[in-house]
Design a binder for this molecule. Structure first.
Ligand code: NOJ
Length: 513
């Protein structure tokens, strides 16, 4: 009798655990979860962060070369990407690591100033093209699908001097560059990403000092950048769609960064949604919503503030009707870089800045809960349920797109025993599986990063790699961390087991890779 009672109790408890999403995350930890059939796994890097060879074989200067050479100690350890991981010369070792992990795909980016040293199509640098041909061919030789980002933050310095993303002519410059890329690599690359994280490009680079070109022209620079970037992205999408897709049949989309914003309490629900509109909606609404254009709340808020501040027009530029149409639907998938979450509250007495700024336009403050576990990066705390909520939000608000997680990862200060990173990956993958079970169309996952690399303003201090890079060794030796063994197991078993303990003594390439 007691035995039967226990079984009923157990059933009731498991039913209860499965009835709330938060609980699923805890409840699943004792079980092994399978990934859906056809789900793909990869890792990512970006040109400036790993290539090095900053002026080799005809490459010209980009905005990160310029910033790190002219103001070295703006970077935490006064370092730069001159050599970085020397992937320009060590790409074969990089691909070997991907084979060790058993990756389905590798996401990397192209350096505009390596391919077009004048920034324009008048001179194509054959050595630069050759480097990417070699990398692509090496990947394909081992059945690793290349996912190629056209622009991951390293704008040619000359274009910056012409105004960069605030100059509307950049649309033509970017289109010319993209056309050369498609002509040279389109026969072998089937997945394209036009831009990596427009928000960080515009908000941090033009509206702040935390990314190159560090212009800090708040409330104006980031909005001009956003408009031109969206038009440039969409034009390239349309060109690929018309001229290259019929020949090559690839997919092309954009990668947006997105944190989840949780209201501090129910009364801040609208405020939290406003944050999401300013951070994600600014790019997602024009591309993925039914109506297109910037989010209505954003247009309203910026116009209102601009008027009270004495501007003659809204600081948020307008799209033409044709531009709205061209941008609407201009992505074959929703590329999402997700790392963390924030809590939002509203306090009318907060005076954000004396001058106009997008934070002031938004008028909502946010913070990270001290209860969330920390990484080496101040902006990155582990909040797996935020990932679940964001995936649901994207599915519900942007027409159930095919979501590709183009980045997710955790920073440490180095060391091979990276249990905190393993816990982060497992918890986030669990949350993602919950979202998939609850109807989100997530089809691929990318761990950031294959290996440690130049982490922008943080130099080589904050480490994101599955492989540790020894920057003091002449070979820039890459060594698998414990997390590399765990990720390898996830990929080979296509399942998530929180209790798997890897044997970290030997890393080898499995048959078929
Ligand atoms: C997003 C960026 O795309 C990547 O370049 C960066 O290293 C990671 N986040 C970690 O900060």
């Amino acid at each position: 009798m007691l035995y039967k009672f226990n079984i009923v109790l157990l059933l009731l408890v498991s039913l209860f655990l499965c009835s709330t999403n938060a609980k699923i995350i805890d409840g699943a930890k004792h079980s092994i979860r399978q990934f859906p059939k056809g789900f793909l796994f990869g890792t990512a890097t970006a040109s400036y962060q790993v290539e090095g060879a900053w002026d080799s074989d005809g490459k010209a200067e980009n905005i990160w070369d310029y910033l790190t050479h002219n103001d070295p100690c703006r970077i935490k350890d006064c370092s730069n990407g001159d050599i970085a991981n020397d992937s320009y010369n060590k790409y074969k070792r990089d691909v070997e690591m991907m084979r060790e992990l058993g990756l389905d795909f590798y996401r990397f980016s192209l350096s505009w100033s390596r391919i077009l040293p004048t920034s324009f199509p008048d001179k194509i640098n054959e050595a630069g093209v050759q480097y990417y041909n070699n990398l692509i061919d090496e990947l394909l030789k081992y059945n690793i699908e290349p996912i190629v980002t056209l622009y991951h933050w390293d704008l040619p310095q000359k274009l910056q001097e012409l105004g960069g993303w605030t100059n509307p002519h950049i649309v033509d410059w970017y289109v010319d560059y993209a056309r050369i890329i498609f002509e040279n690599f389109g026969d072998r690359v089937k997945y394209w990403i036009t831009m990596n994280e427009p928000r960080e490009i515009c908000y941090q680079g033009y509206g702040d000092t935390t990314m190159a070109p560090a212009l800090n022209i708040k409330g104006i620079g980031e909005y001009l950048c956003a408009k031109n970037l969206l038009v440039a992205h969409a034009k390239v999408y349309r060109i690929y769609e018309e001229e290259f897709k019929p020949k090559y049949g690839g997919l092309i989309g954009i990668t947006l960064s997105g944190s989840w914003t949780e209201p501090e309490s129910e009364k801040y629900a609208e405020a939290a949604d406003d944050v999401i509109q300013f951070e994600i909606g600014i790019y997602a609404h024009p591309i993925f919503s039914e109506a297109g254009d910037f989010p209505p709340i954003m247009k309203e808020k910026v116009a209102k503030k601009s008027a009270t501040q004495g501007f003659y027009r809204s600081r948020l530029p307008e799209f033409t009707k044709e531009e709205i149409e061209m941008i609407r639907g201009s992505s074959d998938f929703f590329g999402l870089n997700h790392y963390s979450s924030n809590v939002a509250y509203k306090n009318e007495s907060i005076n954000f800045f004396d001058e106009p700024s997008s934070n002031d336009d938004l008028g909502v403050a946010s913070y990270k809960s001290p209860d969330w576990s920390s990484s080496a990066s101040s902006w990155l705390k582990s909040v797996p349920w935020g990932f679940y909520k964001l995936l649901k939000y994207i599915t519900n608000n942007y027409n159930d797109p095919n979501i590709i997680i183009t980045e997710n990862g955790f920073s440490t200060y180095g060391g091979l025993e990276d249990d905190d990173r393993i816990t982060y990956f497992r918890d986030y993958l669990d949350a993602m599986l919950d979202a998939i079970e609850d109807g989100c169309n997530v089809t691929a996952y990318t761990a950031w990063s294959l290996m440690d690399n130049f982490e922008w303003m943080q130099g080589y201090v904050e480490r994101f790699g599955l492989y540790e890079v020894d920057y003091s060794s002449p070979d820039l030796t890459r060594t698998p961390r414990k997390s590399a063994f765990v990720y390898k197991n996830i990929i080979s078993t296509r399942s998530l087991n929180h209790h798997y303990e890897p044997d970290t003594t030997v890393m080898s390439i499995d048959e078929g890779h």
